[in-house]
Ligand binder design. Sequence first.
Ligand code: HEM
Length: 562
Amino acid sequence: MFSHAIPFLHHKPIMDSGNLSSSSALPAVVSAENFRLWPLLDVQILELSFALFVFLAIHVIRQQRRYGLSVWPIVGMLPSLITAARGNLYEWITDLLRRHKGTFQFRGPWFSSLNCVVTADPRNLEHLLKTKFPYYPKGSFFRDTVRDLLGDGIFGADDETWQRQRKVASIEFHSARFRQMTVESLVELVHSRLETVLEDFVERRTAVDLQDVLLRLTFDNVCMIAFGVDPGCLRGGLPEIPFAKAFEDATEVTVLRFITPTFVWKILRYLNLGVEKKLKQSIKTVDEFAEDVIQTRKRELSTTAQPQANNQRSDLLTVFMRLRDEQGRPFSDKFLRDICVNFILAGRDTSSVALSWFFWLLDQNPDVENKILAEIYRIVGERGEAKTREFRFDSLVFKPEEIKKMEYLHAAISEALRLYPSVPVDHKEVVEDDVFPDGTILKKGTKIIYAIYAMGRMEAIWGKDCREFKPERWMKDGRFMSESAYRFTAFNGGPRLCLGRDFAYYQMKYVAASIISRYRVAVVKGHPVEPKLALTFYMKDGLKVNLIKREEGQIRKYMKLN
Ligand code: HEM
């Protein structure tokens, strides 16, 4: 920057002095006396520029020592961040955190919203997620950024608005009715849709993008849970569903707002230009879909034709429609829409990307795959009918109690989430001056990023083998052992612990066991696997795999059955 500034300051006098013979070319105010001063001024400017340069160089070096990164005037650490974002940003953050013993301060450009404290220290996580929870809300910056898409829904909400939704949804998520719905919806999706789609790829002997198929499955599944409707993304031919596409587009553009200066996206929104125009259109499609479902459900619930069927409904939309607010009034259609849209966002891609990383890891760790298979066969083998010739292992429909017993599979999925958490970084805001347990001083308004991906790679937390995929680290005496939410933060922790965690484990285990028991999943050789920069930890190029069908005869031989 300053190497540009110096010649610029010199140019004018040098050019002018070249025209000395022609006094008419000189500005009237430049006298001969003034001209004798030019070389003097030149030297002074040069000296001043040099002093400024030295001062800045010392400043940058000092800041580099203090923060571990160059801090440039005006743009702060942004150049390093941009360079890192071209490679693997999450590894870059991990490396910085390791060098700074778990916490570092990022200095963004002046007047930007990028100044923040980044931490992977479990003591700090417990402090902000639990001990001092009320002092670390999502905050107004987050809420304003996501409001157009998420409205007053649970994700951006704080205080009473959050509490009310959390309480109702929490009761519902733990109810027997809800559990039954999740079990039934998965049986329907896996055996009527997923199996058909995968079988089609096997017959055509073509590779399948497993991440895409899993995303479709979890999108349909979460819509069944939130709205009580199936959008049909996993139907034959894998059609493009306008609601699903609009949802995806709206999420992508909303994420872009986080790295765009607020005034820029607000102007674009006001003028209805560029990505903001796209966001508006996508939200319109989402709203129309929601409106349609809400009105249809209202009509269904008001008819007396099927009272039993209506009472059985346990999707979130119906549950919240039956409730009344503090004044005894039903919730507005807008609030109902917000609740459902937030749950869809929470559950649409988290489980599917986790499963994609899990299958990728399994391909590199055949010993783990064999142990999972052995566990499945052992558990299913306990069924009396499993020993008969009519029983077929390649068309298993697991019972909920069997899924629960699969503890090694539970450990393997947790291990995949430890290394590849679906939400790689999360954020909070400080509402009052505070000090982290590690001594970091926090000023009111500071943004906190907790680096969940980096936490899985901290030797201080997981030991020297932290980068290895070892489900055994979760097992003790043949049983799964859970870990503190402040060390394993893939599902967040404290009062805002993921509401869908139990459901997500059931869903992931059911889908994984159903696929593994039917096929060996082999990642296509040379397929590039790297993370995409997004809110969720997608694989940038999906996960291309070939499916190799397991032979019934081999399974029976393996199980020593005839
Ligand atoms: C592997 C699967 C999943 C992972 C790793 C995961 C992870 C997370 C994380 C990190 C948060 C905190 C987000 C934040 O506050 O910024 C969260 C919140 C939440 N999750 Fe999950 N999630 C998963 C699946 C699901 C599913 C399937 C559902 C619902 C069907 C769900 C529902 C929620 C809800 C409602 C919240 C908000 C809780 C609150 O703010 O009180 N999640 N989840």
